[in-house]
Ligand binder design. Structure first.
Ligand code: NDP
Length: 255
């Protein structure tokens, strides 16, 4: 058995929320390359269809399911469809997330709620609903996409709700890892730094100094620098690892 076999997802079913663009799409492509049947779970159907077509055109297996991760009924229906029509979910990546800059003195309750409904409650509900099957089968790997913003306070932009939601995702990860290890389910998180995608536009001239020049590696990361770590956490390569928050930030949080 080669060490590379430990990274294989052959025969596995992986659900990736927000898998139709950005970091989630790179993870979906990577998991398909590793042999998984990939379920892209997001709201924009046209975008999801495009992501599915890309995977299937290169010999992979993917389908799209339209869901809003903050809607419990939609998640339950999606999980039931996937488990009956494709098979039990082996890997769950909670990647869907939103972010916006916010002045703490002016933020409306509705904006706070909009963010937490997706970034925290969405992750919670997905873990709970998919976790029921995983814990029953005594097998599964969950990967939550947190952020370095859950570990440090970013500057110069303020976005306290985003950072607070990601800190909570990290602790949710550790809590479920402790609770579910007895059932053979591992739960880990990835905390990316600035990765070039729609959520972290690189067009903010005023921020470039802080977001790039101050990073020890002096650049943004790319989505395909996150996907291999997700594959490690999803696969048997990380079979003794749970409750970990893996920071991938070009050294940003070092100082
Ligand atoms: P993008 O904005 O490029 O993609 C976000 C994805 O989430 C889309 O696929 C979107 O699909 C999906 N999504 C958003 N809301 C919902 C919802 N309610 N239900 C289902 N899907 C939803 O983001 P990134 O790829 O940049 O970020 C992905 C994750 O990584 C996020 O959790 C983000 O916080 C985190 N992160 C990103 C960093 C970065 O620098 N880019 C840094 C650190 C963390 P659709 O709109 O079709 O639903």
């Amino acid at each position: 058995m080669s060490i590379f076999d430990k990274f294989s997802l052959k025969g596995k079913v992986a659900v990736i929320t927000g898998g139709n663009r950005g970091i989630g799409r790179a993870i979906a492509n990577g998991f398909a390359d590793a042999g998984a049947t990939v379920v892209i779970a997001a709201r924009n159907e046209a975008k999801s269809a495009e992501a599915v077509a890309e995977i299937n055109a290169t010999g992979g297996h993917a389908i799209a399911m339209k869901i809003n991760v903050s809607d419990r009924a939609q998640i339950e229906e999606m999980v039931q469809t996937v488990e009956t029509e494709i098979g039990p979910i082996d890997v769950l990546v909670n990647n869907a997330g939103i972010g916006f800059h916010a002045d703490a003195l002016k933020l409306e309750d509705s904006e706070w709620k909009r963010l937490f409904d997706i970034n925290l409650e969405g992750v919670w509900k997905m873990c709970q609903i998919v976790g029921r099957g995983m814990t029953e089968r005594k097998s599964g790997s969950i990967i939550n996409i947190g952020s370095m913003s859950g570990l440090i306070v970013n500057r110069p932009q303020w976005h306290s709700p985003y950072g607070i939601s990601k800190a909570a995702v990290h602790h949710l990860t550790r809590s479920l890892a402790a609770e579910w290890s007895q059932y053979g389910v591992r739960v880990n998180a990835i905390a990316p730094g600035y990765i070039k995608t729609e959520i972290a536009s690189t067009e903010y001239e005023d921020y470039r100094h802080y977001w790039k020049d101050e990073v020890p590696m002096k650049r943004y990361g790319s989505t395909d620098e996150i996907a291999p770590a997700a594959l490690y956490l999803a696969s048997d390569a990380s079979s003794f690892m749970t409750g970990e928050v893996m920071v991938i930030d070009g050294g940003y949080t070092l100082y």
